[in-house]
Ligand binder design. Structure first.
Ligand code: MG
Ligand code: ZN
Length: 355
């Protein structure tokens, strides 16, 4: 064999090995970001208002998620969150259970069981439907006190949001904050207290009930997220973190385009910080999607140069249209085309090699 042939064979072999490596690259951490009610119009409203750009655009893969629930063309956040977290379609208002009320394990619970660090950061009460779907198993999303008790049944490492009253002002007179402390949680009631905790377990209960909306909430979502990552990243086996931009939905229930933009941009600011971390880390998969669209929002006219949108809402409730999915980092190529909202759990588990 002459030298030229030898070189070609060697180079080919090297390229094949390189290609296989790139293909096989699996994430160590997954950050699952849910914009409640965030359809394409909500995203575009934020983008236009923000000078025709969003951090979200840094994602390299995208697709669509079908959001209908087991019993309704139009899902609520209970069934929507349960589908995303637990991989099952259930009835509206149900949390972490199948339509016949059998508990379904969430991806967070699977991660926890496999000794990954786990966390939740939301711009609402931690007992609200979306975060609850990752922790709790209850027949109805309104059972805030039962959902709070379910937090004690997990070993979730970090949770940050509102909803303090569901842990202390309870019909059963239990003080769940004392119980959290007994379980070695650092309990924080302000954002500064949250930021002071850099290891161990953290329960950040920053508001009595729901978090305020933007701009009153300030940097709660972004800084809470970075504080959570700071703690979870200590686990060398990896982590699973769910972050929710909770109030895009609420602004759209109010058919308030201006507020929709504020909430969208707060979520996108957090997305930017998360993508910065993922880019630097190199082993973190970021998935961004919604549980459903809210308001049947559309934007017939606007002005790109002036950053103006003229939005119309077609309902005060949710709509049944599929929502976009964006992904960044190792494994992101698995989140393209049309997918079921129930497909995330298994894809994430497979990529993290847990079950
Ligand atoms: Mg929600
Ligand atoms: Zn809603």
């Amino acid at each position: 064999m002459n030298l030229q042939k030898k070189s070609i064979i060697l180079i080919s072999a090297f390229l094949i090995v390189l290609a296989l490596n790139l293909k096989a690259k699996k994430p160590q951490n997954v950050i699952f970001m849910i914009g409640d009610g965030m359809g394409l119009s909500q995203i575009y409203a934020g983008m236009v208002a923000n000078g025709n750009k969003l951090n979200l655009e840094r994602c390299t893969y995208s697709g669509f998620s079908k959001t209908y629930s087991a019993n309704n063309f139009t899902t609520d956040s209970g069934a929507g969150g349960t589908a995303l977290a637990c991989g099952v379609k259930t009835n509206n208002y149900m949390i972490g259970v199948t339509p016949d009320s059998v508990a379904a394990e969430s991806i967070l619970e699977v991660a926890e069981k496999n000794n990954l660090a786990t966390g939740i950061v939301v711009a609402c009460a931690v007992t609200h439907a979306t975060p609850a779907s990752f922790i709790a198993h209850q027949p109805n999303r309104n059972m805030n006190e039962e959902i709070a008790l379910d937090f004690l049944k997990t070993d979730v490492d970090v949770f940050i949001g509102g909803g303090k009253k569901y842990f202390v002002e309870r019909a059963d007179n239990q003080n769940l904050i004392e119980k959290l402390k007994q379980k070695n949680y650092n309990v924080a009631f302000t954002l500064d207290e949250v930021k002071a905790v850099t290891s161990g377990k953290l329960a950040g209960l920053l508001y009595e009930d729901q978090s305020p909306n933007m701009p009153e909430r300030g940097n709660m979502l972004t800084e809470g997220t970075m504080a959570a990552i700071d703690i979870l990243d200590n686990n060398k086996k990896g982590f699973f973190l769910m972050i929710e931009g909770s109030q895009i939905d609420w602004a759209c229930h109010d058919n308030n385009a201006e507020q929709t933009v504020k909430e969208m941009l707060d979520f996108d600011k957090t997305i930017g910080k998360v993508l910065d971390f993922a880019e630097k880390d190199g082993n973190t998969l970021v998935i961004i999607t919604a549980d459903h669209e809210t308001g049947g929002m559309t934007i017939p006219t606007g002005d790109i140069v002036k950053g103006e949108i003229n939005a119309i809402y077609t309902t005060k409730g949710h709509s049944g249209t599929p929502v976009p999915v964006f992904a960044f980092g190792p494994g992101s190529q698995n989140f393209t085309g049309f997918m079921q909202n129930t497909s995330f759990k298994n894809k994430i588990a497979k990529l993290l090699k847990i079950n």
